[in-house]
Design a protein around this ligand. Structure first.
Ligand code: AMP
Length: 387
């Protein structure tokens, strides 16, 4: 691993593997610090390439492009988990890459990830490795209700299937199994709330967490976050303890999203980790002194971390698929102080994250009424998060 001497100086170039919305918001957060950016992303219209970053429109396995990034940049970071870990390991030998390839290997493989978390003494959802139909049926018998997932490549609910009856095991197995790879059968958790913490760890080992977010998913995609979460002080303390323990134990440098399930008995299980800025941390852009994107850059660049407390209660709503267009038709109904963040994506696809809306939430019932009138998010979701 290449060590960077001291703090990264203004004028330095940060390379980003991935040029999606997270990279775009990293670039925007890095400009006031004087950093320049180069992103590698095969999409010619990559969101990060539209905001003043140099762009290598190449595949993540293109050795020439990876080599170019290592040569042109003073430091390299990744914004999503589905980059090839071998390529990142190769780069790590040649350029300062503070997040490291090891963290990536752990986070991009659900079995490895769950085992690493459990090895640190932290509870995860019950799981079994599944190589054949018999093992899946055994897992189903042990758990009663199962969520079958691919071990790699799944995000936003892709590569997952719920199994409610033993007779459904065969078709679920056949639809997800690929020769030579395992699947993971997770116990289906009837959780009370989904929570997450964005935790940062600096190069010198300082750890700071943003407030716990309460998250609502629809069709497995994050839809709304409420911050602070409606939880007891004890649960909040435990969520922070777990996040700090994972940051320390896994050797995090940068920010990481830790997704958790709060069970009816008040205990917490970790669902997954994402060693990069996280969708549930977008509220920090408008409600905290330091955004998660700025914090990530401070952490990887060897600068001291920024303050993480929340200045006002917040609501973050994702704009998914056609929700951006619906909102644009009703802009005059937006509540005062609403902060709209759009990612510059031209093509609308179902399930595609187009942008998000940050709101402060001094008066939840008034806000609920306004948001219902906007007709962008379904009333049931809004009532769940604002009542
Ligand atoms: P994931 O891709 O693992 O983050 O899953 C996406 C969403 O599916 C989560 O945010 C939960 O809402 C749901 N989910 C995932 N795993 C489980 C589980 N073991 N039990 C219940 N719900 C789950």
């Amino acid at each position: 691993m290449i060590e960077h001497p001291g703090i990264l100086q203004p004028g330095s170039v940060i390379g980003l593997l991935g040029g999606g919305q997270l990279a775009r918001m990293l670039v925007l957060a890095g400009h006031p610090l004087g950093f320049k950016f180069m992103v590698l992303d095969p999409d010619p219209e990559a969101p990060a390439a539209q905001v003043g970053a140099d762009h290598l429109p190449c595949s993540f396995t293109d050795k020439n492009a990876l080599g170019e990034l290592t040569k042109q940049c003073d430091l390299v970071s990744y914004e999503f988990e589905n980059v090839d870990a071998d390529s990142v390991e190769w780069m790590e030998q040649r350029v300062d890459l503070p997040q490291g390839s090891q963290m990536l290997r752990t986070a991009q493989h659900r079995l490895r990830e769950k085992r690493a978390i459990r090895d640190l003494g932290i509870e995860v959802t019950g799981f079994h490795e599944v190589r054949n139909l018999k093992q899946l049926e055994q897992a189903f018998e042990a758990f009663g209700s199962v969520l079958l997932k691919t071990v790699t490549g799944g995000y936003d609910g892709k590569g997952q299937q719920r199994i409610l009856k033993k007779s459904e095991c065969k078709s679920a197995f056949e639809s997800l199994h690929q020769e030579g790879t395992s699947l993971i059968a997770e116990q289906f958790q009837p959780f009370e709330r989904e929570l997450s913490v964005v935790v940062a760890r600096s190069r010198s080992g300082e750890i700071r967490s943003f407030p716990v977010s309460e998250n609502l998913h629809r069709q497995n995609i994050l839809t709304i976050c409420r911050i602070p979460a409606r939880i007891s002080g004890q649960v909040e303390k435990e969520a922070n303890r777990i996040s700090a323990c994972l940051a320390e134990g896994l050797g995090l440098v940068g920010v990481m999203g830790v997704e958790m399930f709060l069970l009816p008995d008040g205990s917490l299980l970790v669902n997954e980790i994402a060693p990069r800025p996280h969708n549930s941390g977008h509220f920090t852009m408008d409600s905290c002194e330091t955004s998660q994107f700025q914090q990530h850059l401070l952490a990887v660049s060897g600068w001291p971390l920024g303050p993480t407390h929340i200045m006002k209660p917040a609501l973050m709503l994702n704009l998914i698929g056609d929700q951006q267009d619906k909102l644009l038709q009703n802009l005059k109904l937006l509540p005062e102080g609403a902060k709209l963040h759009l990612y510059g994506k031209k093509e609308v696809r179902p399930g595609r994250k187009m942008g998000h809306l940050n709101l402060s939430m001094e008066n939840p019932s008034e806000l609920l009424e306004t948001l219902i009138k906007l007709q962008v998010w379904d009333q049931d979701s809004l009532e769940r998060m604002l009542n």
